[in-house]
Design a protein around this ligand. Structure first.
Ligand code: HEC
Ligand code: HEC
Length: 294
């Protein structure tokens, strides 16, 4: 925390404690009677009058108690940049718990640390741990079973954007990936987008207009082969998908494909190296590998 915010927190806390104390003493001092009295304050509400009595002492002492409690609490636990008697801090508590978890779980991961992703395929217990970590870290995007969704690739088939070798999967998880499909609307124009869409449909044998597809093929050869390959089978080094199969990341209808071509796509797979240790990433990678290599 910056010095300003430390001072801010301290100022507010001290002003509140001091203010409560002064208010308490001031009302105590202004009381005309120190003992119970029959005298009233002189006003009536619907015939109800109010005695001019001092605060009951248990009530007063309760307020004094809260002030003492606050000061004692500050002394024991500290505030902002000042540590209290116990030396407690929320960061310290977090680190202590993490260190404890590390100590408890380290042997569990160490058991698998020396094994390769291929070797781990024969270790159901290790895959089970990978599966649980997948559920915690990956299922929000790739689904509980890894089957994916619109824009989130299916990890259970053998169709890969970036490749399904153990080391490639491991790298995808560690470093993340960013798909870069440019928007072609401005280059092709609306008619061009429809022609190329027809050609893409023809690649996987889907229903299409042959004339449009023939025109689209020329555009495809000029603009798209650098990434998707002359045959449209894709380039894993670029994450450019195979367009000749019937697996679609963003949908295979005329509308969906033309939308992809018109506006481009930029799927982001977040890097996990800052979130998970290498040993954990390896166990998750082993689980992902097992999904399509039964
Ligand atoms: C925020 C959503 C999100 C999370 C969380 C996420 N992913 Fe991904 N992942 C994606 C997207 C989107 C892609 C596709 C990237 C692209 O389009 O280029 C992807 C791609 C992949 C790929 C490459 C698939 C291929 O066909 O080559 C693998 C493997 C993968 N993710 C595994 C994981 C694992 C394991 C985790 C958990 C540690 C995870 N992902 C967490 C969104 C996510
Ligand atoms: C700079 C490389 C590059 C070029 C050039 C390129 N693409 Fe792509 N394309 C990609 C990448 C990468 C993806 C995956 C995007 C993602 O993962 O978010 C993609 C995705 C697609 C998809 C979606 C596939 C699916 O499974 O949903 C279609 C369709 C497509 N491209 C068609 C084309 C067409 C048609 C052209 C030429 C007009 C073209 N691309 C040019 C890199 C490229």
């Amino acid at each position: 925390m910056s010095p300003f915010w430390n001072a801010w927190v301290w100022t507010i806390t001290l002003v509140v404690i001091l203010g409560c104390t002064l208010l308490l003493l001031a009302t105590r001092r202004s009381e005309p009677h120190k003992e119970a009295t029959e005298e009233t304050l002189g006003h009536t509400f619907d015939g109800i009058e109010e005695y001019d009595n001092p605060l009951p002492s248990w009530w007063f002492q309760m307020f004094v108690g809260t002030v003492i409690f606050a000061v004692a609490y500050l002394g024991l636990y500290g505030l902002a940049n000042v540590k209290g008697f116990y030396g407690w801090s929320s960061v310290g508590q977090y680190e202590e718990e993490m260190a404890h978890a590390e100590e408890v779980y380290k042997p569990v991961f160490a058991k698998y640390a020396s094994l390769s992703i291929e070797d781990l395929q024969g270790k159901p217990d290790g895959l089970k741990i990978g599966q649980r970590m997948f559920a915690n870290n990956c299922a929000v995007c790739h689904g509980g079973t890894g089957a994916g969704a619109h824009g989130f690739p299916n990890l259970t088939d053998n169709d890969w954007l970036y490749g399904g070798a153990p080391a490639t999967i491991q790298q995808t998880i560690t470093e993340g990936r960013q798909g870069a499909m440019p928007a072609w609307g401005p280059v092709l124009g609306e008619e061009g987008v429809r022609d190329v869409t027809s050609y893409i449909l023809s690649l996987s044998g889907a229903e299409h207009d042959a004339d449009m597809a023939a025109r689209g093929q020329q555009q495809f050869q000029a603009l798209c082969t650098a990434c998707h390959g002359a045959d449209g089978k894709g380039t894993q080094a670029l994450g450019a998908p195979n367009l000749t199969d019937n697996t679609w990341l963003y949908g295979g209808s005329f509308e969906q494909i033309s939308h992809t071509i018109r506006t481009g796509r930029n799927g982001v797979m977040p890097a996990h190296k800052a979130l998970l240790s290498d040993d954990k990433i390896k166990l998750i990678a082993a689980y992902v590998y097992s999904l399509s290599n039964k």
